[in-house]
Design a protein around this ligand. Structure first.
Ligand code: HEM
Length: 393
């Protein structure tokens, strides 16, 4: 049966629901697939995993621009040729160039710098016993981590400014801010060309050196595209995940206490935060040819959103999935928070390292961590941000 001929529940008003997860759970209990204004959503782990890994499913980068009225020009060219916009060998080629800068070993190398950054950001608030966590740590840390990755520590504020503009592509506001985004692209390109020239003369181990000395010839445009993908992919995402993490611990004091008592739980604590509150609740795909799943045909052109928020709480995969429990034995089950398949998040090791170093540093220093007012949460489409998180300890 074709997906457009099925009778399906709809899922467009999730942000209006008082409890986003409860609304999703109810939907996922009715059907494994639902219909929305922009496409379909699939809820369970098995279906989500299969679609993310299916090479016939691409990321709808171009369709996202068309929806915003952009059909040519620099933003079009840039996204068509960007990491998310490419598929097949042209995509693999770009990924290969980035890969050496994103191995577990590369994340390990950055670890002491990450700890020092957390320490520096936390120092002004430690003795106050309270802070607004997003502006204190969650927001500044990721752009400083990317500045460390590029070995340009002084340039973090510029990277943070660019990241806001580069992210606009996903926010359906290009009609308003298109010229500023084009300006940011031009600035990033000029900056990257200059940086790579310096690294060719004096290579180090940073991301710019990796690109400058890549065996395969990289064009200036490709280098700029890769660096801008890293800036835009690695900033708001990690900010949101760090903030949701601290929110979850403030709401579950027994779990923070468990981590304080047994610091060896740190990796499990990070995985549980990633499972319980994925800040990319939906990851998009578009069928480039007809794709069949469970006797349902998704004709070429069908847009599908894989719902990590429900897949990560799929009772077939995770025992007592609604319980936030850092001691849970997850076996080999993986979360869908970083996507899967060809576009699997390049920065997953770095993001985890930022979370590990933040939780590891804060747990022993913030006994009785609690919410110090209501957190302000952003919309759940795109990146599910925390706009403000007042904490006390
Ligand atoms: C907790 C933080 C993060 C989350 C939840 C996250 C999530 C994701 C997701 C869901 C995707 C799309 C995967 C897919 O479509 O299958 C993605 C792609 C990507 N992420 Fe992340 N990300 C995070 C942090 C980072 C960091 C720190 C960086 C870099 C420094 C980064 C760079 C990228 C890039 C470049 C892509 C595009 C990969 C491609 O198209 O091949 N991300 N991320």
């Amino acid at each position: 049966m074709r997906v457009d001929e099925l009778e399906l529940p709809t899922y467009d008003d999730l942000d209006a629901a008082s409890d986003f997860h409860a609304a999703l759970r109810e939907l996922s209990e009715q059907s494994w697939i639902a219909r929305g204004a922009l496409g379909y959503a699939v809820f369970d782990h098995e279906a989500g995993n299969a679609l993310l890994r299916d090479r016939r499913m691409a990321f709808p980068a171009i369709e996202l621009l068309v929806l915003q009225g952009v059909t040519s020009g620099p933003i079009w060219d840039r996204n068509q040729n960007g990491l998310m916009g490419r598929s097949g060998e042209p995509h693999t080629r770009l990924r290969r160039m980035l890969a050496p800068a994103f191995t577990p070993r590369a994340a390990e190398r950055l670890r002491p710098q990450l700890t020092a950054l957390v320490e520096e950001l936390w120092a002004p608030v430690q003795d106050q016993g309270r802070c607004e966590f997003v502006s204190t740590l969650a927001e500044p840390l990721p752009s400083r981590a990317i500045a460390a990755l590029l070995d340009v520590p002084g340039d973090a504020p510029t990277l943070a400014r660019w990241s806001v503009l580069l992210q606009e592509v996903f926010k359906m506001r290009l009609a308003e801010v298109g010229p500023q985004v084009e300006q940011a692209y031009a600035e990033v390109r000029e900056y990257v060309v200059d940086l790579l020239e310096r690294r060719r003369a004096h290579p180090g181990e940073d991301l710019a050196s990796v690109l400058a000395t890549a065996g395969e010839k990289i064009t200036d445009d490709e280098a700029a595209i890769l660096v801008s993908s890293v800036i835009s992919g690695g900033t708001d995402t990690t900010t949101a995940q760090l903030a949701h993490g601290l929110r979850l611990f403030a709401e579950h004091p027994d779990q923070w206490q468990a981590l304080r008592e047994d610091p060896s739980l740190i990796d499990q604590a990070v995985e549980e935060v990633l499972r319980y509150e994925p800040i990319t609740p939906f990851t998009a795909r578009i069928a480039r040819e007809d794709v069949e799943l469970r006797d349902v045909t998704m004709p070429a052109g069908t847009v599908v959103f894989v719902c990590a928020a429900t897949a990560n709480r799929d009772p077939q995969v995770f025992e007592e999935p609604e319980r936030f429990d850092i001691t849970r034995d997850r076996g080999t089950s993986s979360v869908l928070t970083f996507g899967f398949g060809a576009h699997y998040c390049v920065g997953a090791y770095l993001a985890r390292a930022e979370m590990v170093e933040t939780f590891r540093y804060l747990a022993p220093r913030t006994p009785d961590l609690a919410l110090d007012g209501e957190p302000v949460l952003g919309p759940t489409t795109g990146i599910y941000a925390v706009e403000s998180l007042p904490l006390s300890w």
